[in-house]
Structure formats: structure tokens, C-alpha cells
Design a binder for this molecule. Structure first.
Ligand SMILES: [Zn+2]
Length: 299
């Protein structure tokens, strides 16, 4: 699997809890597949060449509108390489009117919906290069309006995307390594982001090896490995019992760690309110790891 398909697989599994976010994500996916649109058979057609996006449409439709969607599959007599999601007893028209409210801005109740929308667009037309080769993340968007929206939404998270044209298609892209790891964070691809950051630091270390002594390198690698383990543990807790069930102090440090995968313990402590020293941060992260370990033993 390529790095890009790993990111899509991870993002494909993120299911927002709130209905507004689900609708925003569906809107992005269905917009991209507008050509697919509604079908005469009372279903929604999505191209089968993008299985992750197809699957996500399926999940979002059935979980958001409580409808029985039939198993998707390529029609035998289908020449346009699309799958048909058939939804029994549902009002496709009303689903479309919720996903396309006229004014697209109405989709965004908050940052949660913006993230969800960008996730949908990434699943439909995103690509991120292997960080060991180059730093490049892009969206091959269907139209100018979507290009502008993607640029603006990432701008709301402080990430500056650029627009260009390739063979008459609109491309929205970003190249900086830091911007890419931030963008992966916005999309909710935390695991991929850790891999990305790890690859990037390794690359920097390699490039820099002559100017550093071995001790520095070893310390950096130790810190990277520890941060990556902490993220793993936090994601595990989130998947199993949910971060909201943690005591406040642990929940707070878990959230801050996910948001700042590269920060040192001292920096993490400064993000807390009130700030906590390095050893306090260390203590809380150790508690989280023990908690995750306990869950793994049980699970
Ligand atoms: Zn939302």
C-alpha cells in the first residue's frame, strides 16, 4: 500500500459522532460524485474505482439517515464502472437537500464540520506523497468553487494551500513538511501523521548527521519513539472507551498530545491550563499508557 492509500484507509475509518459533521462529509463525497448523482433505480451511484470513498458513502448514508442500504456491488451490466448504493424506503431527495443546502456555508456548524468536509474531499480526490520521497499533498478538485473552499477551510486551520491547473483540472496543493503534518492532523489521520513526522525527522537527522553527535541523534529518536507510543496509546483509548471517559487531567494531556505530536514534554506542559511542569506531564502520560495497557489486557 502507498502512503496515500494508508492515509485514505485511516481517514475512511473515522466516523464523526455528530450528525452535522456526517452530513458535511457526505456533501463533500457526493459533490465530487455529482455525475453519479441519483439513479433511476432509487439509489445513489458512486464510482467503484475508489473503494474507500465508496465504502465511506455507504457507511455515512446508512448511519446518518438510519436507512437500510443494500450491499454495494458493481452491476454486471454496468459499463460506467460505478457501484449502486440502493437505499430502500428512503427519500433520496431529502438526503440530497440536506447535503446541498443551497448555501454550502450552512454545512459548517464549527471546526468539526470543516474537518469532516475536508476528509470527504480527501477521500474523493486527495493524494499525499510518500514522505521518504517528497513533501506534497494535493486535491484534484472538480471545480473552481471547491478549490476556493478547500483553500479557505485549510486557511481557517492556519494552513496555506496554493492553487494551480493541471491539464485543465484544478489542483489545490501544499508542499511544506510542517503544513502537511498539520493537514493530516486536520483530516484526523493521526497515525499517518506520526509516521509522517517520524519519516521527516529521520530524514532531517540523516541530512544533518555530520553536524550532530550520536548522542543528540539517539535522544531525538528516543523522544520520537516515546511520542509515537503515547499517540498509539491515546488512539487506542479513544477507540475503545473514548477520551471523554477519562479523568479531566488525563483527557486534557491526551488531547494536547494528539494536537502536538512533535512537542517536547516541557512544551506540552505549557499548553495546559494551568501549565504543568515536565515531570507532571511525564506522570500523566505514563498513567495514560498504563491505562491503555490495562485495556489491551482486558480487550
Ligand atoms: Zn460538526
Amino acid at each position: 500500500m502507498s502512503f496515500s492509500s494508508d492515509v485514505k484507509a485511516e481517514v475512511g475509518n473515522v466516523l464523526p459522532a455528530e450528525k452535522h459533521c456526517r452530513i458535511a462529509e457526505l456533501s463533500a463525497l457526493l459533490k465530487y460524485y455529482a455525475k453519479a448523482g441519483k439513479s433511476a433505480a432509487g439509489g445513489i451511484r458512486v464510482p467503484f474505482d475508489n473503494e474507500t470513498a465508496c465504502r465511506k458513502c455507504f457507511t455515512l448514508l446508512s448511519k446518518t439517515f438510519n436507512i437500510e442500504t443494500d450491499i454495494f456491488g458493481k452491476n454486471a451490466d454496468d459499463s460506467d464502472n460505478s457501484a449502486l448504493l440502493t437505499a430502500e424506503n428512503c427519500d433520496i431527495k431529502s438526503i440530497f437537500s440536506k447535503c446541498f443546502p443551497g448555501d454550502t456555508e450552512k454545512l459548517f456548524r464549527g471546526d468539526c464540520c470543516k474537518r469532516a468536509y475536508l476528509r470527504g474531499i480527501f477521500l474523493a480526490c486527495g493524494f499525499v506523497a510518500d514522505p521518504n520521497k517528497q513533501y506534497h499533498l494535493e486535491f484534484l478538485v472538480p471545480d473552481e468553487e471547491t478549490a476556493k473552499r478547500v483553500v479557505r477551510l485549510f486557511g481557517d486551520f492556519g494552513i496555506e494551500f496554493k492553487e494551480s491547473v493541471r491539464k485543465r483540472s484544478k489542483v489545490v496543493y501544499v508542499k511544506g513538511s510542517e503544513a502537511i503534518s498539520d493537514a493530516l492532523n486536520v483530516l484526523g489521520a493521526h497515525r499517518a501523521m506520526m509516521d509522517f513526522v517520524g519519516a521527516r525527522i529521520l530524514k532531517d537527522v540523516r541530512n544533518d548527521i555530520n553536524r550532530r553527535n550520536n548522542c543528540d541523534t539517539a535522544n531525538i529518536m528516543k523522544a520520537v519513539n516515546a511520542a509515537s507510543k503515547q499517540t498509539e496509546d491515546i488512539l487506542y483509548i479513544r477507540q475503545t472507551v473514548g477520551l471523554e471517559n477519562l479523568p479531566a487531567t488525563l483527557r486534557e494531556i491526551a488531547t494536547v498530545r494528539l494536537e502536538h505530536p512533535e512537542s517536547s514534554l516541557t512544551e506540552l506542559g505549557s499548553f495546559l491550563d494551568p501549565p504543568v511542569g515536565k515531570s507532571g506531564v511525564n506522570h500523566r502520560l505514563r498513567k495514560l499508557s498504563e491505562y491503555a495497557e490495562g485495556l489491551r489486557l482486558k480487550g
